[in-house]
Design a protein around this ligand. Structure first.
Ligand code: ZN
Length: 317
């Protein structure tokens, strides 16, 4: 295969966000007990970073109103990072009170999106995070940042790179160096991901980059390939591809964790995740939310299964 110029990472880290980003867009509300079952299965499959929920206003996201209870009741396994999404100081305080040591603050890169939703600019919103970060650090918590609408905005369309960069600089000013470029609305395309990703990796070498894709328009796996080519090796996924899109009713949700794991393993890239176990977590989630998963590998099975079946068939002939 001579001219193989694409550079692949040996290992990719998958963060499971199904319990937060997946479930928050589902109509069916799961019980604390069901969430704990999904959490246990996720840990069992070998996932090392798990977003267990969010501490935001219960009226805004009723699916996440019981995150305190989930955190208090969960068995914490060693070597696993449990994090929650927060929007302000109140959220960080709740996370701390529940016993969590990692929170993620999120802002929209798009000025139009920020002004429409929060009547504020991204820069002002990030400045407003200072008290949250101060409280977190005082209490030995770590903080990461997420930049939503990095690749497209339902109000403004394409988001200028300068606006994404402003958000990055704002987070860096607060001392936050783990940042996620998020495509909440599923508008990213692979070329854009490669170009924006490469630019960010080059311009901000001090940042640990994460990418977060929704499969709204079926481009998520291609975007992950483009992200890896840009030098990113940490991606979010949600079991069974749960999540939907708040701006496109009926659209598919987050990229399915098991589809990402399957693709990476087929490519010889290690994830540390047991695919069969990830698939059974996804089936469990599918049953709990009461609708079919947006997951290719759950429908078609693994490539490996196909060849095994064929080999078996040959032997029986
Ligand atoms: Zn998302």
């Amino acid at each position: 295969m001579g001219n193989a110029n694409m550079a692949w990472p040996d290992k990719v880290t998958i963060c499971e966000v199904g319990l937060r980003d997946g479930l928050q867009n589902e109509k069916k509300m799961l019980s604390v007990e069901e969430k704990l079952q999904l959490l246990d299965a996720t840990v069992e499959s070998g996932v090392k970073i798990i977003e267990i929920g969010s501490f935001v206003h219960p009226k805004a996201v009723p699916q996440m109103a019981d995150t305190d209870k989930v955190v208090q009741a969960m068995k914490k396994a060693d070597g696993i990072e449990y994090r929650a999404l927060v929007a302000n100081l109140k959220g960080v305080e709740r996370a701390h009170a529940a016993g969590l040591s990692k929170v993620k603050l999120t802002v929209s890169a798009s000025e139009a999106h920020c002004i429409n939703n929060f009547n504020s600019t991204p820069t002002k919103m990030i400045e407003g995070f200072a008290t949250s970060v101060e409280f977190a650090l005082k209490n030995s918590m770590t903080v990461s940042g997420a930049i939503s609408t990095s690749f497209g905005c339902p109000f403004a369309g394409k988001v200028p790179v300068q606006q994404v960069e402003n958000a990055v600089r704002g987070f860096l000013k607060l001392g936050i160096t783990e940042l996620s470029l998020s495509d909440t609305t599923g508008m990213a395309n692979p070329r854009q991901v490669y170009e924006l990703g490469s630019y960010m990796v080059r311009t901000f070498p001090q940042v640990s980059w994460v990418m977060h894709f929704h499969n709204t328009r079926d481009m998520a796996l291609a975007n992950i390939i483009a992200g890896m080519q840009a030098g990113v090796a940490v991606f979010d996924g949600a079991f069974a591809g749960l999540g939907g899109c708040p701006f496109a009713p009926g659209a598919s949700g987050n990229v399915a964790t098991e589809d990402v794991v399957h693709m990476l393993h087929e490519m010889g890239i290690d994830t540390g995740i047991d695919l069969l176990k990830a698939m059974s977590t996804a089936r469990m989630a599918e049953k709990m939310v009461g609708h079919e998963a947006a997951s290719a590998v759950l429908k078609a099975g693994r490539c490996e299964d196909l060849t095994k079946e064929k080999a078996q068939h040959q032997e029986n002939k």
